[in-house]
Structures are given as structure tokens and as C-alpha cells.
Design a protein around this ligand. Structure first.
Ligand code: GDG
Length: 737
């Protein structure tokens, strides 16, 4: 049975060796919780590193680790100390992490880190290879594994691969700094579905793909070699009930049953009933803006002295990546700042900052969330920030105020928080003041609204949403492979072709017989194409018709004396072998006077763009312009044209970085029908790759063999991968006996 393979750098397991004894417990982190519905026993497998290096697990324990992991449907990816040093602490945390969080000054560009990153991603791919089976879905998590989608796709092109990035994707101007930027993008594009927390991250990703790889993005899809890659936004949620219910149940406990920390907090409030708690919780990371938060709190005590003795900042910093330099430096800076503030302002009854540098058990986390009046979360950059969501979920009676940095992904969904710029110390001080003075009704309205949202889009919903999208991608792939014109089917079609006595073949040119070129002038027919077409046309039972949106010029040059029929300008002009060109009757081109100045205006305003005048259409090309400006202007132009053409029989075609306006009463479909009407033809075939060919596929009689080149959805009966396969298929027809 097809299964799901979840892959993350770390397995959702806590593995410890004490006195040569192994203990393995499932971890309860957000990701593991979210995956519960996806990571079901029996039909899923989680691949990742156990947290113990190969050097730490001796041979006796190896089998135990495997067995204990297997019990939780997990598979260990073996990593050595050197791997962890250079792949994890190195490339992941000293290159990608700072760069993607805009800390370019901390970013290290070491070739050996990169080499290890690649090697470890390959190690992951090898483990995947041992477990993957046809029909499996793969969901890869986060920045440590950005090359893995491509490594899997290359080996298993039919697998459905999803990738989710938990951290920000930086703007193009920052991402372009990375020496291995194209490799990273290509690695990611191995996935079929790429998920981000916010629209900004997605749009930055698209911008880099467009500018660095030159791929066109259509709404939220990228088509590469006829493969569709979809991207979407999935803002990660939390296990709402777990946080809310734990908070309710802890507050309901009798005093003696409460945790020690809870009792201490209660006691403090008894002694000093006016005291208000302001809470911050983060991993100790330079992205979290901890120092600036302390400066802001100090400034708050200066600016609002009435709160001295009455506002306590409880700051929980969880140790993290301790062997990375910046983290050590930051730790000393924070120690010093806390010391300074406490030294300057403490009284016998009051300490301004309570600083915990350790991880606390879940119950204590809840104690802090539920006992605090304000949460002060000020990351300089943060992919999402789950602490903000957990704090809101843990508020009982809807009281509490969230102050949140606008640089977090969470800020996009939590506009009821007091949003601050983490670099604006004065504004943070004011925000603390505003929070402490906020009337209860206002607190309730804000928290209620956020709680309702968090309840709805919880972490399970997030995982299901991503997973359902991945399933859709997989179904789409299955549908396409069902329509694939396999070699066996090609031979079946060839039999019918052979039996027929009168045949007509409508074949599109660019992208169907030759590779689609940025500049169509360069897409000359190869000698192979000419041989195939000549051979087909030499058979008197065949009529070969080349159908194109091009104008006559190039075809006149390449095919003038050929024995094939040429249809150009989307069906407006036609030339039969040995005859002159004829034009479809009654096509009005007066409209050009109206449209041309508009296109020229866009040409003038957008460097690198130009207008092409064809006999029956006008085209504005933007392939040479700045890609984003081009797309932006194209959208503007489309809008303007749509209203302009409202009372004319015109249509707008969007193709390959161009916008074309043409008469709507000409179409490839109509031209093809004109060719076959009134004739008795017993084999009709149409092959094409762009959407104007769809008109032929739809209008030709049902028995016609219609073939779409590429994998996008089509009304054609069959799909074929690319122009090379088309040539192969035409050879099969020629060889039919
Ligand atoms: C990355 C992205 C994105 C914290 N201290 C304790 C503790 N925690 C738990 C919190 C929360 C989690 O750790 C921290 O999550 P964040 O989202 O705030 O931050 P990162 O660790 O940086 O996570 C981030 C996230 O991935 C998900 O996509 O939101 O932007 O950087 O769940 O509760 N848990 C316990 N004791 C502690 O002392 N038990």
C-alpha cells in the first residue's frame, strides 16, 4: 500500500543513553503533534537523524536504536560527528539560517560546509531510496534539506514530493548573495508542492526563481520541462486544545497541587498585588531580538517610572546551538544587560527581570503563559513564531495582551496584537505601557478573535491542508500519466493510421516540432524535422498541415516549396502546396489603430520590451525586460486591454512572455474545421503544446487523435512529454505496417 514518508533533520524522538541503557520517548513538539494525523502507524514512515552521532552509538546499541525508532515508525539517518559539525552547525546554521533571517553579517560562505550539506542531503536520499515505493508521497521539512526534493525527484520522477520551509525565504537581493543559490533553488524545485508560512516568503521565492533561473510563474505555478510545481501558503498552527485545556486545568488546581513555579508566582502576587508580569519565551537566538527587548524594557522603566516596582519581565531563554560563536557572544551580552537592569532598578521587594536560561517542562511553560499579563515577543525576523500563538491559546477568560514584532510570520495572522517594529525601542516601550493600561473589554475582544482563528486553523488542520494539497498534486499526476501516449499506445494509433486511406495531420510548430525558443527567429526546423515532414507528405494519402500563431514570414522562408499546407496567424492565412497564400475573408484589422498606441506606450515605459506587428495581430514582448517589472506591466496592460476591447471582436492571448491581441473570429480550431469540412477523411490527428491548440482539440470530431505536448491539463485525449517524443511518435507512424 502506498505510504507517506515524512522527512526532517531530526526525528520526533528523544533518545538518551544513560549507563549504556537506551531510552527512547516520542517528542511532543509542534511538528510531531501536527503530523499525528499524517504520521499514522502502518501507512507512514518518518526519516531523520536520531540526535546521536555514529560515534556515540556503538555497535551494540545500533540495533536497539533502530528497533526503538521502528516502534515509532521512524528510521534513523546515520550522521557522523563531522556531518553534524559541517552540515548542521556549518551550512545549515552558519550559512542558511543567518542569511535567510537577513543577518548577512553573520553568514559564512565556506566551501567545505556546502560540500557537507550536499553530502548529507545525499545521505538522506539514500535512506529514502531504501524505503520508497511507487505511489508514495514524500513530505520534506525545512532548510536543512533543500537539496533533497531534487535528489528524490531525479530517481523517482513519479513520486509526489512536498516541501515546507519553516523559516523565512529572504528577498531576492539577499538570496542572490549565496554562492550556491541556483543549486538551492533547483533542489527545491524537485518538489511538486512547496509551502511557506506567508505570502511574502512565497513571493520572494518566486522572485528568485524568476530572476535567477528565468522560469515563468503563472499565478502560483511554475512549469519546468512540462512538470508543474505548485507553491502555496500554509501558516503553521498550534495544538490549540492542548495549550488551552492545560491552562484551564492548571488554574483550576488547588494551591497545593500547583507546580512549584506556579506557587512562587502566586506568592509573589500576594505580597505585591500590583505587580504585572510581562513574559518572553524564545530559543536563545540572535533572530529573536532579545537584547533590543531588554533595552526597550529598560527604556520603559525610564520613560514610565510609575511602573517601577510593578512590572516584571519574565524572560525564558532556551539554550540553543551553543557551539556557534554568535550564540555564545549573545549569551554574555544578555547576561550583562540583565545584570545592569537589575543592578540599577531592583528594590528589596522587586526584581525587574527574572531571567531563566534553561528549558522548562511543559507544565511550567503553561504556568508562565497563563500567569502573565502581557507577552512581549520581539524577533528581528521569525518564520512564524509559535510562542505568540501558544500564549494567546493559554489565556483564560480571554485576558492578556500580546505585543508582537511585525517581522514574524505570525504577525500576518494576528493583527489584533499590538504590532511593533523590533528595532524601535521607544515604540516598544510605549507598547508595553499601552498593554499594561489596556481595558479588560478590549483585551477580551482582541484575544477572543485570535483564539477563534487559532482554534480553527490548528496544527492538525495545517498538516491536513498541506497533505491534501499534496494528494491533489499526486492525483493530477496520476491523471496525466493515465493519458500518457505510451509506446504501446503509439503503436495502436499507428495501426489505425496505417489502415486509413485518407489522413490529415495538424501539427503545431514551436514547442511541438522544435524546442520553444525565447526568440522565435532562432527556432529553425532541424534536418530531422524536415526529413520526417517530407516523408509524411510524400505519401499521397497524407495531408500534413503545420498550424501556427506565427505570421507568414518565417514559414515562407523555411517551407515555401514544401509539400505541406501552412496555416499561420492563428488560422487567418493558409497556403496549400504549390499554391499562393489565401487569407480568411472579412477579417477586419482597423482595430490595430486603436491598440497599437497603447502597446507602444507600454514599450516606451518598460525598458527592454518591444511591439511586433503581425498581419492580423499585435504583440507586446517583454522577455528582455526586468522579469518582475515585465510581469507587473503585463498585468496592467491586460487590465487596460480588457476594457478597451470590450466592444470589439478581439481577444487577448498570453504566451511566453508576450501579450497578443488578435481577432477572435480566427482560431486554429476554425481553420482546422475549414480544412476537413465536406471531405471524407478517415484519420484526423492534431498535436500541439500551447493553449491556442486547445481550440483544435475541442473542435475536431471526437474520433480525432488529439495529443497535447506537455503535462498541463488539456482537452486532448493524450499527453506526450516534449517535442523530442513527438518526433519519435511521428517516426512510429511512418514505420507503421
Ligand atoms: C522554527 C522557526 C517557526 C520554547 N521554550 C520551551 C519550549 N518552547 C517551545 C515553544 C514553541 C517552540 O518551542 C518554539 O517555536 P517558535 O516557533 O517560537 O520558534 P523556533 O524554534 O525558532 O521554530 C519559527 C517554527 O519553526 C515552526 O515552523 O514558527 O519561526 O524559527 O512551541 O512552546 N517548550 C518547552 N519548554 C521550554 O522551555 N517544553
Amino acid at each position: 500500500m502506498a505510504k507517506t514518508i515524512i522527512i526532517s533533520n531530526r526525528l520526533p524522538l528523544q533518545i538518551k543513553i544513560e549507563n549504556e541503557e537506551l531510552t527512547v520517548t516520542p517528542s511532543v513538539g509542534g511538528l510531531a503533534t501536527g503530523m499525528k494525523s499524517v504520521h499514522k502507524a502502518g501507512d507512514s514512515l518518518w526519516l531523520g537523524w536520531s540526535g546521536l552521532t555514529e560515534e556515540e552509538i556503538d555497535d551494540n546499541l545500533k540495533a536497539d536504536v533502530e528497533a526503538a525508532s521502528a516502534k515509532e515508525a521512524c528510521v534513523n539517518v546515520p550522521l557522523t560527528q563531522d556531518d553534524v559539525e559541517n552540515f548542521y552547525y556549518g551550512f545549515s546554521n552558519k550559512t542558511i539560517w543567518p542569511l535567510f533571517h537577513y543577518f548577512t553579517e553573520y553568514t559564512e560562505y565556506q566551501q567545505h560546509y556546502w560540500v557537507k550539506y550536499r553530502e548529507v542531503n545525499e545521505k538522506f536520499a539514500e535512506v529514502v531510496a531504501k524505503h520508497i515505493e511507487p505511489g508514495d508521497k514524500v513530505w520534506i521539512h525545512d532548510y536543512q534539506l533543500m537539496l533533497l526534493p531534487q535528489l528524490i525527484k531525479e530517481r523517482y520522477p513519479d513520486s509526489a514530493i512536498g516541501f515546507f520551509l519553516h523559516i523565512p525565504f529572504p528577498s531576492f537581493e539577499v538570496f542572490r548573495i549565496l554562492p550556491w543559490r541556483t543549486e538551492i533553488l533547483e533542489g527545491l524545485l524537485g518538489a511538486d508542492l512547496i509551502g511557506f508560512h506567508t505570502y511574502d516568503y512565497e513571493r520572494h521565492f518566486f522572485s528568485s526563481v524568476r530572476r535567477l533561473l528565468g522560469y515563468e510563474i503563472n499565478f502560483n505555478e511554475i512549469i519546468i520541462n512540462n512538470r508543474i510545481i505548485r507553491s502555496d501558503i500554509f501558516p503553521m498552527g498550534i495544538d490549540y486544545d492542548k495549550f488551552h485545556n492545560a491552562s484551564v486545568s492548571q488554574q483550576r488546581k488547588s494551591v497545593k497541587d500547583r507546580t512549584e513555579l506556579h506557587q512562587e508566582l502566586d506568592k509573589h502576587q500576594l505580597v505585591n498585588p500590583e505587580v504585572r508580569f510581562i513574559l518572553s519565551i524564545d530559543r536563545l537566538d540572535y533572530t529573536k531580538g532579545i537584547q533590543k527587548r531588554l533595552y526597550a524594557f529598560e527604556h520603559f522603566l525610564e520613560k514610565y517610572p510609575e511602573y517601577r516596582g510593578q512590572a516584571t519581565l519574565i524572560m525564558l531563554c532556551v539554550p540553543s546551538r551553543q557551539n556557534v560563536d554568535q550564540y555564545q557572544r549573545m549569551k554574555s551580552e544578555i547576561d550583562e544587560l540583565v545584570g545592569r537592569i537589575n543592578g540599577n532598578y531592583s528594590t528589596i521587594n522587586w526584581t525587574p527581570v527574572w531571567y531563566f536560561y534553561r528549558a522548562l517542562p511543559f507544565e511550567n511553560l503553561i504556568d508562565l503563559y497563563s500567569s502573565s499579563d502581557v507577552a512581549l515577543l520581539t524577533p528581528i525576523r521569525d518564520g512564524m513564531n509559535l510562542v505568540a500563538k501558544e500564549y494567546v491559546a493559554a489565556q483564560i477568560d480571554s485576558k492578556g495582551v500580546l505585543i508582537l514584532s511585525e517581522m514574524t510570520g505570525a504577525a500576518k495572522e494576528m493583527s489584533e496584537a499590538i504590532l511593533i517594529n523590533p528595532n524601535n525601542i521607544d515604540a516598544i516601550a510605549d507598547a508595553i505601557h499601552e498593554a499594561l493600561a489596556m481595558p479588560a473589554e478590549e483585551q477580551i475582544t482582541r484575544i477572543d478573535t485570535m483564539q477563534n482563528r487559532l482554534k480553527r486553523y490548528n496544527v492538525e488542520k495545517w498538516a491536513d491542508d498541506f497533505f491534501n494539497n499534496l494528494k491533489e498534486v499526486q492525483e493530477q499526476q496520476a491523471l496525466q500519466s493515465g493519458k500518457k501516449l505510451t509506446e504501446a499506445m503509439q503503436h495502436e494509433v499507428a495501426k489505425d493510421f496505417h489502415k486509413a486511406k485518407s489522413r490529415i495531420l495538424f501539427i503545431n510548430y514551436d514547442g511541438t516540432l522544435v524546442a520553444e525558443k525565447e526568440n522565435p527567429q532562432k527556432a529553425k526546423p532541424t534536418s530531422e524535422v524536415i526529413d520526417i515532414l517530407d516523408t509524411l507528405a510524400a505519401d499521397s494519402h497524407n495531408e500534413v498541415v503545420i498550424v501556427s500563431g506565427r505570421d507568414k514570414k518565417a514559414f515562407d522562408k523555411w517551407f515555401k516549396d514544401k509539400n505541406y499546407t501552412l496555416i499561420t496567424d492563428y488560422g487567418a492565412s493558409c497556403k496549400e502546396p504549390g499554391k499562393e497564400w489565401t487569407e480568411a475573408e472579412g477579417i477586419d484589422t482597423d482595430w490595430k489603430k486603436l491598440i497599437l498606441p497603447v502597446l507602444e506606450f507600454y514599450e516606451d515605459r518598460t525598458p527592454g520590451t518591444f511591439v511586433e506587428e503581425k498581419n492580423y495581430s499585435l504583440v507586446w514582448h517583454y522577455r528582455k525586460s526586468d522579469p518582475e517589472l515585465g510581469v507587473g506591466r503585463a498585468n496592467e496592460l491586460k487590465d487596460q486591454l480588457t476594457s478597451l476591447i470590450a466592444n470589439h471582436d478581439l481577444e487577448i492571448l498570453e504566451a511566453n512572455k508576450s501579450i497578443e491581441v488578435k481577432n477572435s473570429d480566427t482560431s486554429k480550431g476554425k481553420a482546422a474545421m475549414r480544412k476537413i469540412n465536406g471531405r471524407s477523411i478517415d484519420f484526423i490527428m492534431a498535436i500541439g503544446n500551447d493553449w491556442t491548440d486547445e481550440q483544435m482539440f475541442r473542435e475536431l470530431p471526437d474520433e480525432a487523435v488529439t495529443v497535447k505536448v506537455g503535462k498541463t491539463t488539456s482537452s486532448a485525449r493524450y499527453n506526450i512529454s516534449n517535442y523530442k517524443n513527438v518526433l519519435q511518435f511521428l517516426k512510429v507512424l511512418i514505420a507503421a505496417e
